[in-house]
Write a protein that binds this ligand. Structure first.
Ligand code: HEC
Length: 220
């Protein structure tokens, strides 16, 4: 009787502990996913440096049509993602798919990988909201809309929709494109200030052809 009672209390303790442990593991997995979040989302069709990881389990490696940055190595790896292939890949990505373009060293700790993979199994199957990755560059205030760019010597003079003109040392001004629906309107490039001192900025164009069309090389 005594032994039976002790056994029952053990079973009870295990039953109470199990959901709590599963929750702890899920939380740990979510925390570990932070190492991936700079490059991956869990929202369908939301790609960053790396492909969206939505619907990952059962997917052939390198197979998302809308992701254009897969390496030939990833496309030709022949892997299908499941707990086993993910565990091997995440332990040492370059050892498993030599020459792949994921610049991430891997997770050495097997327990951490298990928690992360358990989290991914649930989170990649659930529909995640597709939050915008960048602020929309449409319908901006005039002071963020570039109307002219002039280059003289090593200096860009940037005029904005509010009529202001500011000089930038050419090395402090970056040109980028955003051709997605979140990018600026054609011929309405957006200027975004960067850096603490306000001396750096990025101009985002809707297409590469606009860049040279916009810049007039002229002094005075
Ligand atoms: C610095 C950016 C970066 C980080 C950090 C990163 N990845 Fe990646 N990941 C990539 C890129 C780029 C690819 C595509 C690589 C290729 O095609 O060679 C990729 C591919 C993958 C793939 C294959 C997906 C597919 O569609 O076949 C998986 C799975 C993956 N990453 C999981 C992870 C996980 C999990 C983490 C965090 C532990 C992580 N990655 C961290 C950039 C990153």
């Amino acid at each position: 009787m005594h032994r039976k009672l002790r056994l029952a209390s053990h079973v009870l303790a295990a039953l109470i502990a199990a959901p709590a442990a599963a929750q702890d593991n899920a939380d740990a997995g979510k925390r570990l996913f932070r190492a991936c979040q700079g490059c991956h989302t869990l929202a369908a069709e939301r790609h960053m440096t790396g492909p969206s990881l939505a619907g990952l389990f059962g997917r052939r490696a390198g197979s998302l049509e809308s992701f254009k940055r897969y390496s030939p190595a990833m496309r030709q790896s022949g892997l299908v993602w499941d707990a086993g292939t993910l565990d091997k890949f995440l332990a040492d990505p370059q050892a498993v798919i030599g020459g792949n373009w994921m610049t991430f060293p891997g997770i050495a700790d097997a327990e951490e990988r298990a928690k992360l993979i358990a989290y991914l199994r649930t989170a990649s199957a659930a529909a995640q909201p597709a939050r915008p990755l960048l602020p929309s560059l449409k319908a901006l205030e005039p002071r963020f809309v570039v109307t002219a760019v002039r280059l003289c010597g090593d200096t860009y003079f940037v005029t904005t929709g509010d009529g202001a003109m500011k000089p930038f040392w050419e090395f402090n001004l970056r040109f980028k494109t955003n051709s997605t629906s979140e990018g600026p309107l054609p011929d309405k490039p957006a200027i975004l200030r960067a850096g603490m001192m306000g001396d750096r900025a990025t101009i985002v164009f809707s297409a590469p052809g606009e860049i040279s069309r916009f810049i007039e090389v002229k002094c005075g």
